[in-house]
Design a protein around this ligand. Structure first.
Ligand code: MTE
Ligand code: MO
Length: 251
């Protein structure tokens, strides 16, 4: 989209929203292919305007990175529901057989061990985890850019979302390709110069630092590349939408 049509869209969207209600913004968002998976229902028009406006105004900007001196001395691990027996078996075995499957719209469905993922060039970032409940902390994250893994698997041009799943069936998420290919979106296995502790999502955690903490799923087991999230779960693109949160949680 050119700069001028982008600006026209933004001003048009905001004016239309003011005059004719949020639904008009939705019409524009639909025309530009910027409908989030949770665009239906009562909150849908608001979610649509948030997502479309963020994508058009902030584009693919970077999440803030911090100096090493700002790493939180006591990062807060949010408690998770009990992890099952299978997870505990993996943990007892040092996660030697942990695998992450990549399927869906890829040339080559593949599964990666942690050792496989560590073969990719590592990337690190000092970014903030921000929970919707109001707390946050800064930590260093080390891992493989999701984009590198997707490239290795040969993502189809029809791909629009990457859904990701973890050892906890109620917790699953999806992001659009802009976030999936974003250089700060990492599959992390390290934190603050050490292994990623289980409490913080080890052995493998998705970090999406441009969105709220709940998009940074712990214990990743599978990625599904797809052109639509309609057939996944209840069709809204994430377990958190099913629980009442927004699909797009940009910060
Ligand atoms: N698998 C899994 N991932 C999860 C959660 C969870 O309960 N299970 N909680 C999410 C929420 S709501 C937040 S805010 C962050 C918290 O990250 P932290 O424990 O590193 O603070 O993890 C997210 N990832
Ligand atoms: Mo959270």
């Amino acid at each position: 989209m050119s700069k001028i049509s982008r600006r026209a869209f933004v001003t048009g969207g905001i004016a239309a929203a003011g005059v004719a209600g949020l639904a008009a913004g939705g019409v524009l968002a639909k025309r530009y292919g910027l409908m989030p998976p949770d665009s239906g229902g009562i909150w849908g028009p608001g979610e649509t305007l948030t997502y479309a406006a963020q994508r058009l105004i902030t584009g693919h900007s970077m999440a803030r990175e911090f100096p090493r001196s700002m790493i939180s001395a006591k990062p807060f691990a949010n408690e998770v529901e009990p992890l099952g027996d299978e997870f505990k078996r993996h943990q007892a075995a040092g996660f030697a057989d942990w695998r992450m499957v990549v399927d869906g719209k890829v040339a080559q469905p593949t599964s990666f061990s942690l050792a496989d993922l560590k073969q990719f060039p590592a990337s690190s970032q000092i970014t903030e985890v921000v929970c919707e409940e109001g707390w946050s902390y800064v930590a260093e994250w080390i891992g493989t850019p999701l984009s590198a893994v997707l490239k290795e698997c040969g993502v189809s041009p029809q791909a629009r979302y990457v859904a990701y799943y973890c050892a906890q069936p109620d917790w699953w998420e999806s992001i659009d390709m802009a976030d999936a290919l974003h250089p700060q979106t990492l599959l992390t296995y390290g934190m603050n110069d050490g292994e990623l502790p289980v409490s913080f999502g080890g052995p493998l955690r998705m970090r999406v630092p441009r969105q709220l903490g709940y998009k940074s799923l712990k214990y990743i087991t599978r990625l599904t590349v797809t052109d639509s999230v309609n057939s996944l779960g209840k069709g809204f693109g994430s377990g958190s939408v099913e629980a009442g949160y927004a699909w797009y949680a940009g910060i």
